[in-house]
Design a protein around this ligand. Structure first.
Ligand code: UD1
Length: 423
C-alpha cells in the first residue's frame, strides 16, 4: 500500500508541553454503548484517530449517526431505528467492533455479527465473551462466518472470567445493563477504559457497583430507563507513555497536559527505576530526563500491571539503556513483531516466544523500518529519536489508527520529525 512516511532525525532535548488526547480503547467502546438507548450523545476529548471514523461507519450501518462538532467533540444520534447486523467489511477492520455485541444483545435481543478470519469458532478468542453471555441466557450459532446471538430477555448471572479479558468484561457489562436481575462479574478486567465505560453508562442511568475493581455488580434496568448523556473520554495512557518514552530517549523536560498519572502508576514506577524523574498532578505529568537510562526487567500483565500495549515502548527504551533487560509478554504469544525492525536500527535484542532479552547499545543508527501495528509503529518513531542519521518509518496508517497527530506533537516539543505524504 502506498502510504505516508515519517522521517526522524536525532534531536536535542525535548522541551515544552503536549496535550494528551482521549483514549482509543475507551472512545470506541463508548461509541458502541450509544446503541443502548435513543437520544443525542456528546463525547468530548475524542481523539482524531482513524479508528473513530471506522467505528462511526459501523454504527452508521447499524443505525447511529456520528458528527464531528469540533476537533475533539463527537455527537452521536441514536433515533431508535437500529438494525442489529454488523457487516464483515467493517467488523474486520477493528477489533473493537466486537463491542457492539453486548449493547445490541441487551437492547434488541438478537445480533448478527460477522467474525473476521478463521473458521474454528471453538478456539476463537471471544470464547469468554460468549460463555459470559450464555450464562445470562443468550444462545450463539455460527453460520457462514456470522455469529447469530439471541436472547429474548437476558437474565442476571454470577460470572467468573477465566482471565480478566478487557473485551469480555465490556461486552458482559454492557449486556447486563438491561438484564433482568443482578449480574456479578468476578475477575473482571480493571483497565481505566472499562471504568470510563461504566461511568458513562452510570451517567445514562445504569446501576453498576464496584467500578474500577475486579468485581462488577450490575443491577439490570428496564428498557426506557436509560437516557443519552454527554461524557469526556478518559485520557489515553498509552499515548501519554509514548511521549514519556520520547523524552526518555532524547532527554528533556516536558509536561503532559491531561495525562492521568493515577492510571499509569506501575509504569511510572518502572520508568522512575530506569532513571526518569516524573511528577504527577491530578491532570498532568511532568517528566525530566537527561537521556541516560538504566535497564530493568518487565513483565506485562492485566491492569494494574504493565500493559502489553506499553511493551514496544519499553523495549525501545531498553535498546539504549545501560545494561540488559528481560521483557516477558504474558498476554499475547509472539507479540514481538517489531523486534526485527528495531534490529535494523542496530538494537541488540533476542526474542524467543514470550521473552525478549534487550542489551542496551549507546546509540541506534537510522534506517528504513516498517510499522507492523499501532503501538510498535509509535515505538519505531521513538526509536528514530534515539538513532543517528535518518530513520524512515513506513506503514504509517497503523500509527494513525491510534495516535492523534503524533508527528505534530513531537515537533511541538522540538523533535526533528516530518511526515512525507505518499506519492
Ligand atoms: C484490549 C485492547 C488491546 C490490549 C488488550 C489487553 C481494545 C480495542 N484493545 O484488547 O489494545 O492490548 O485489551 O490489554 O481495547 N482472550 C481469549 N478469549 C476471549 C478474550 C480474550 O482467549 O474471549 C485472550 C486474547 O486472545 C488475549 C488475552 O485474552 O491473549 C487478552 O485479551 P483481552 O483482554 O480480551 O483484549 P482485547 O479486549 O482484545
Amino acid at each position: 500500500m502506498d502510504d505516508d512516511r515519517i522521517l526522524i532525525r536525532r534531536a536535542g532535548p525535548l522541551q515544552g508541553e503536549v496535550s494528551i488526547p482521549g483514549a482509543k480503547n475507551s472512545v470506541l467502546k463508548l461509541m458502541a454503548a450509544t446503541l443502548l438507548t435513543d437520544g443525542e450523545f456528546t463525547l468530548t476529548n475524542v481523539p482524531a484517530i482513524v479508528d473513530v471514523g471506522i467505528m462511526a461507519e459501523l454504527l452508521a450501518a447499524i443505525g447511529v449517526r456520528s458528527e464531528r462538532l469540533g476537533p475533539d467533540v463527537l455527537r452521536l444520534t441514536n433515533d431508535g431505528n437500529i438494525t442489529p447486523v454488523a457487516p464483515y467489511e467493517l467488523v474486520e477492520r477493528i477489533r473493537a467492533s466486537i463491542n457492539v455485541l453486548g449493547p445490541l444483545l441487551g437492547r434488541c435481543g438478537h445480533v448478527s455479527l460477522s467474525l473476521p478470519g478463521g473458521d474454528d469458532f471453538g478456539s476463537r478468542p471471544i470464547d469468554m465473551h460468549i460463555k459470559g453471555l450464555e450464562a445470562m441466557g443468550a444462545t450463539f450459532e455460527l453460520r457462514h462466518g456470522v455469529v447469530e446471538a439471541r436472547a429474548d430477555r437476558l437474565h442476571g448471572a454470577d460470572i467468573t472470567l477465566e482471565f480478566p479479558s478487557v473485551g469480555a468484561t465490556e461486552n458482559i457489562v454492557t449486556a447486563a445493563v438491561y438484564a433482568k436481575g443482578t449480574t456479578v462479574i468476578d475477575n473482571a478486567a480493571r483497565e481505566p477504559e472499562i471504568a470510563d465505560l461504566c461511568q458513562f453508562m452510570v451517567g445514562m442511568g445504569a446501576h453498576i457497583e464496584g467500578i474500577g475493581s475486579s468485581t462488577l455488580v450490575v443491577h439490570g434496568v428496564e428498557h426506557g430507563e436509560l437516557h443519552a448523556v454527554a461524557h469526556a473520554v478518559v485520557p489515553d495512557r498509552i499515548q501519554a507513555a509514548t511521549y514519556l518514552a520520547a523524552v526518555a530517549v532524547s532527554g528533556g523536560e516536558v509536561v503532559l497536559r491531561g495525562a492521568r498519572g493515577d492510571h499509569m502508576d506501575m509504569l511510572l514506577r518502572r520508568f522512575r527505576d530506569m532513571g526518569l524523574t516524573i511528577t504527577a498532578t491530578a491532570d498532568s505529568l511532568a517528566v525530566w530526563a537527561d537521556g541516560s537510562l538504566r535497564s530493568i526487567d518487565v513483565a506485562t500483565l492485566p491492569y494494574p500491571g504493565i500493559a502489553t500495549d506499553y511493551k514496544p515502548l519499553v523495549v525501545t527504551m531498553l535498546t539504549v539503556a545501560d545494561g540488559v533487560g528481560i521483557v516477558t509478554e504474558n498476554l499475547y504469544p509472539g507479540r514481538f513483531r517489531y523486534v526485527e525492525e528495531l534490529q535494523r536500527l542496530g538494537a541488540d535484542i533476542r526474542a524467543d516466544g514470550h521473552h525478549a532479552v534487550v542489551r542496551g547499545v549507546p546509540r541506534l543508527s537510522g534506517a528504513p523500518v516498517r510499522a507492523p501495528d499501532i503501538r510498535a509503529g509509535a515505538a519505531l518513531v521513538v526509536a528514530g529519536l534515539a538513532a543517528d542519521g535518518v530513520t524512515t518509518v513506513t506503514g504509517v496508517h497503523h500509527v494513525d489508527r491510534g495516535y492523534d497527530d503524533l508527528v505534530g506533537r513531537l515537533r511541538l516539543l522540538g523533535a526533528d520529525i516530518h511526515r512525507v505524504p505518499a506519492g
